[in-house]
Ligand binder design. Structure first.
Ligand code: ZN
Length: 370
């Protein structure tokens, strides 16, 4: 066991002026190896690709240094980068351990690479990549089991007073958990049937279900529906761009089609899941029971193999109602509560996304939240 400094979820309630993306704490951390710019744990390897020596064999307590960055000075930036590797390793392990505990088996080892894709300008985001199409998915260099890529940081988040925090994704538990959520989806529901594609020719195109499920896993791990409340605190709660899970988002807001943003459409799914989880706690059941239903449902949804990789099979896997049906099968006793909460968002069994959307728009009075 090694002492490490990380940001723990702080149950952020959406008020402004928080100093960092979590509560800074020292914990005991079970690492296999920490050397040069890499930390290895049983579940994940996290590497800062910008090189240099961040770990020299001492403990893993580093000052977040307000995110570091190019203007912070070399010592502060190095400390911030070391903190980012440790913080990323902690949240990836925490998420994967929780998920695999509910599933009853481990998921493939995940590689997280920090400081990626920064040749021309800084990047304050992250993505999940499989070897195949899509930016940053070099088939030669990407692990077939999937990788998370995080930028080295870009821009600043305002803090209380006049101080600013460099927007380093590795410091932000919400971004880390969301990307790990895609790894969970890939190895359970597998919405794009990547397991039927050659390992080096998988697709990185995400569906709304993939984005929404990654968001709800983030909300579960952080214990708040306002998952991006720290770095998006300047965006009103009522705007989509805030990405706060909320009863207001129903199938009436669903766009669909090739020009839609899967993050926006996924927010309907994530909000419905969060309402269902709230409903489960309202009947005095443990929220973990909802989490188990979600995870086992994802796994059940991924289990039936179509005859081949065809358009119908892919289209079906985009349907919210298909995953909801699998979740209901995972815990029949809890299912009526979950289905009732999801109906409030306009999601019903056996109906395609487009038809759910049409129904919600023509008959909004059926939606409790309209
Ligand atoms: Zn995503």
């Amino acid at each position: 066991m090694t002492r490490a400094a990380v940001y723990l979820p702080d149950g952020f309630d959406g008020s402004d002026g928080r100093d960092g993306p979590g509560r800074l704490e020292e914990i005991e951390f079970d690492v296999i190896e920490a050397e040069s710019a890499q930390v290895v744990l049983p579940e994940v390897t996290v590497r800062d690709e910008r090189g240099g020596t961040l770990f020299t064999g001492g403990g893993l307590v580093f000052d977040p240094s307000a995110g570091g960055g190019p203007w912070a000075g070399a010592t502060a930036d190095r400390a911030a980068r070391a903190f980012g590797v440790v913080n990323t390793a902690f949240h990836t392990q925490r998420t994967l351990r929780y998920v695999s505990g509910l599933l009853g088996h481990p998921l493939p080892h995940l590689l997280v690479r920090i400081g990626m894709h920064e040749q021309s300008r800084g990047w304050g985001g992250g993505h999940y990549r499989l070897p195949g199409q899509g930016a940053g998915a070099d088939p030669e260099a990407t692990s077939p089991a999937g990788e998370v890529h995080l930028g080295g940081g870009a821009g600043f988040v305002a803090r209380s007073g006049t101080e600013q925090y460099f927007r380093a994704p590795a410091h932000n538990p919400a971004i880390i958990c969301h990307e790990v959520g895609h790894h969970v989806c890939r190895h359970t529901a597998d919405f794009r049937l990547n397991r039927l594609r050659p390992p080096g020719q998988q697709t990185n195109k995400k569906t709304a279900l993939d984005e929404g499920t990654a968001d709800v896993i983030t909300a579960i791990m952080l214990g708040t529906p306002d998952i991006y409340g720290w770095h998006r605190h300047a965006i009103p709660h009522t705007e989509r761009r805030r990405r706060k899970l909320d009863p207001r988002w129903t199938m009436a807001h669903f766009q669909g089609g090739p020009d839609s943003d899967p993050h926006d459409d996924g927010m309907v799914w994530a909000s419905a899941c969060w309402s269902a989880r709230q409903r489960v706690t309202d009947i005095s059941a443990d929220p973990t029971r909802f989490d188990t239903l979600l995870l086992r449902g994802l796994e059940l949804a991924g289990r039936d193999n179509p005859a081949g990789l065809n358009r119908d099979a892919l289209r079906e896997r985009r349907h919210f109602s298909r995953l909801m049906a699998a979740m209901a099968r995972a815990d029949p006793a809890l299912a009526p509560h979950v289905l009732a909460a999801m109906a409030d968002h306009g999601i019903h069994l056996g109906v395609s996304n487009n038809d759910l959307c049409r129904a919600a728009r023509t008959n909004p009075s059926r939606l409790v939240n309209e």
